[in-house]
Design a protein around this ligand. Structure first.
Ligand code: ATP
Ligand code: MN
Ligand code: MN
Length: 308
């Protein structure tokens, strides 16, 4: 069904100065979101979003016919990409052969993603100049959709406390989907195999402490009533959706950074590209401002605690 007119982005948003071949093409039917509005959205959030995606290899989810038609992941560059999109050579895991991955660091390039029908941006957890060593971990909480919001937020707060006990500060974001992501910036020291092992050890401790609630195996069928602690975002080449990225799902929700205190809200906050003009002061105060400034490491004790 068509949504109320107020869900449609106000035409007063600043127009992104990028070339779009079909600006009126609808990329999300539910909110009647157009390519132009998508470009304007990327343009509007660029200052907040770029610090989290610049200087990293990116996977893009492209939906040339909108979110309801088939979409695909693109990680490699080609000659058909819009202006400003850069390339970073990433050695293939097995052969070592360099492959050109997409990377971008300008407002113009970000807004230009709309031209590609790009509805999602997914960065690596390591930087272009230090690809093998993670500088950002993501614990991806994947709940059974029937679980109440309070149970999911309780789990995210549990992750935060356990990290804190290991000397690590963390941040939280909505995914624009059903779960939450807890994000941990770290100094790039450990390489991906160790990082993966540590994250696996960390979620195993949680599962052992509360096996009725937590699950660490990917099996979808076993998820009833539980939260899958997806630690597999933390291996070489894996990605997690970027903060402020739209989602290629009905209604075009957005992954948005939250203050930890917002998990006390009785209901899940929902943000959509199309409701951006109603986000209020959300972009004015950056609830993740301290994340990029935080210098912390997985101490020897913390390494040992989670089985490294
Ligand atoms: P939700 O809250 O609904 O779980 P999500 O973004 O966490 O949203 P997941 O299915 O848990 O969705 O996937 C976690 C992350 O794994 C994604 O954000 C994405 O970066 C990555 N991912 C998932 N599927 C693929 C895929 N087929 N190819 C590449 N990356 C993927
Ligand atoms: Mn998830
Ligand atoms: Mn997942």
């Amino acid at each position: 069904p068509r949504v109320a007119a107020k869900l449609i982005a106000a035409p007063t948003m600043e127009k992104a100065p990028v070339r779009l071949t079909h600006p009126d093409k609808v990329v999300d039917n539910e909110t009647h979101l157009t390519k132009q509005q998508l470009a304007d959205f990327y343009w509007a959030v660029s200052e907040r979003m770029l610090p989290h995606i610049a200087n990293r290899p990116l996977s893009l989810v492209r939906c040339p016919e909108g979110s309801e038609k088939p979409c695909f992941f693109q990680k490699h560059t080609n000659h058909m990409l819009p202006p400003g999109i850069g390339s970073i050579d990433v050695p293939d895991k097995k052969t070592g052969t360099p492959e050109p991955y997409i990377t971008l660091d300008t407002r113009e390039a970000l807004a230009g993603l709309a031209q590609m029908g790009c509805l999602e941006v997914h960065p690596w957890g390591s930087c272009n100049d230090d690809l093998e060593r993670a500088d950002q971990l993501t614990i991806d909480l994947d709940p059974d959709e029937l679980l109440p919001w309070e149970v999911l937020t309780g789990a995210a707060l549990d992750v935060r406390k356990r990290l804190k006990d290991l000397g690590l500060e963390s941040w939280v974001k909505t995914t624009g989907g059903k779960g939450l992501h807890v994000v941990i910036p770290i100094e790039p020291e450990l390489e991906w195999p160790q990082i993966k092992q540590w994250c696996h050890g960390f979620v195993n401790l949680m599962e052992r402490a509360d096996p009725k609630l937590y699950l660490t195996k990917m099996t979808k069928s076993a998820r009833a009533g539980k939260i899958y602690l997806d630690y597999l975002r933390n291996e070489r080449g894996a990605t997690a959706v970027a903060p402020y990225s739209p989602r290629a799902r009905k209604g075009a929700g957005v992954a948005v950074p939250l203050a930890w205190s917002e998990l006390d809200e009785p209901e899940r906050p929902v943000f959509r590209v199309a409701t951006f003009p109603e986000w209020g002061g959300r972009l004015k105060k950056d609830v993740w401002a301290d994340l990029p400034k935080t210098k912390q490491r997985i101490s020897k004790e913390a390494q040992k605690a989670a089985g490294l």
